[in-house]
Write a protein that binds this ligand. Sequence first.
Ligand code: MG
Length: 312
Amino acid sequence: MALLCGSAVRTGRGGSGGDVHGGGDAVRTAGLPARCRLVRSLRALVVGDAFGAAVDAVPRTEGRTLPPGRWEWTDDSEMAYSIAGELAEHHHVEQDSLVRRFAERHDARRGYGRGTTDLLRRIRGGAHWRLAASESFGGRGSWGNGAAMRVAPLGAWFASDPGATTSQAALSAEVTHSHAEAIAVAAATAAVSGPDTEPAEFLGEVATVVRGGPVRDRILRTGRMTGEPANAVAAAVGNGAETRALDTVPFAIWCAATHLADFREAMWTAASVGGDRDTICAMVGGIIGNTAEIPERWWAHCEPPPPWTILP
Ligand SMILES: [Mg+2]
């Protein structure tokens, strides 16, 4: 599918040079077709994932030197490709179809958690996802990152419909994971309307959609920390070191909220606190993919998409 999705309206704000993928500076997303928003979010998620994983492989990030060589994307991207493919084909989430994509495309070398790998192998072997998920996670759904790390493109697709964003995010999560954090990431992506939104306002809007629970509490907490350094925010709400979504999602949304128009700054900030870098950078990229441009050099480092993706 050849889509020219980089040609959104430039604002002249954000970005920091001419080496951007798809055209320059920050962009406004209002009026972009859903497919364009989907592709832009997915593309930025993949670059974020691959960047975070590459930074993880380099001992030090001082000086902000880009990691050398080819950056390989991980499970975050592989699952996000499936979400995007599902929406491109059906325009909504059909759970049986989505989980079949996850299972058929699962590559254990991409860094999946053991629970998800076991679950997808069982589904590939013929088990129904509802039974397999309940047996794998005691009926609660996994608290890991899987549902939240892959869902941003869904938020981009349904950006004009908050009700559909939350209900479809929940459906996409249910096949493998519990819901609340995935809804938060999808809601954050859907809430991005332009690069000029004030961070506290943005975080408050996202918290409104995520009703109750600890993830909402942590997002609200980050809304009171918009001027503070990243390590202080990560110390307050987590950096993914606990490998569960509650520990990654609030910080990722804060990074996105405070750098909606600047891909580089968002990524280096997200990667600066250690923890689960590929997942946090994937979430941040997916959220800001429609307001911040990917630098061309970053895109060039990134491993190409698999042949079955919708990315051109
Ligand atoms: Mg990963």
